[in-house]
Design a protein around this ligand. Structure first.
Ligand code: FAD
Length: 128
């Protein structure tokens, strides 16, 4: 008998999404353009409506309302993401993460390994 396909759980979805969000924040430019700031804000806003775990989406919507995404610099956005994640951690009884260590836990993708800098969001972007 072949094993039944394993469906994604709320935990797996959460882990995958945090990988995405913290990596995005780690790669967010030091000086984001207005468009990049709008994009980061809308992405968080969209998650509050269509994140696939409805309870989580509702919960995230309260977090975003109480502490709107800080997107004026990569540093601000990374700190905000860590704060938001810690709010979720506390709500579901997980240990909080020391945000001073976020920069060593999460990094931009290593695009230089391929000799390309195409994943640097600041390349080719218009001035703010
Ligand atoms: P995760 O919390 O998934 O974290 C993954 C890794 O991130 C950790 O191993 C650690 O290395 C690192 N990390 C942890 N905290 C931080 C931080 N503050 N800053 C930086 N890095 C950190 N689950 C629910 O049950 N109820 C909810 O309401 C809920 N809401 C969610 C809302 C969103 C937007 C997301 C993305 C997920 C939500 N989840 C929710 C899922 C939950 O947050 C976890 O992802 C899930 O429980 C799996 O937890 P984990 O212990 O594997 O680590």
């Amino acid at each position: 008998h072949a094993a039944a396909p394993q469906h994604v759980t709320r935990e797996e979805l959460g882990r995958a999404t945090w990988v995405f969000l913290h990596t995005l924040a780690a790669q967010f430019p030091k000086r984001p353009t207005r468009q990049q700031q709008r994009d980061a804000r809308s992405l968080m806003d969209v998650l509050t409506r269509i994140y696939p775990c409805a309870d989580c989406a509702r919960h995230f919507s309260e977090i975003v309302k109480a502490d709107p995404p800080a997107v004026s610099s990569g540093h601000e956005f990374q700190a905000w993401m860590c704060r938001a994640h810690n709010t979720v951690n506390r709500a579901i009884g997980k240990p909080t993460f020391n945000c001073d260590l976020a920069a060593s836990r999460w990094a931009p993708l290593d695009c230089d390994a391929t000799g390309a800098s195409s994943c640097d969001l600041s390349v080719g972007a218009a001035a703010p």
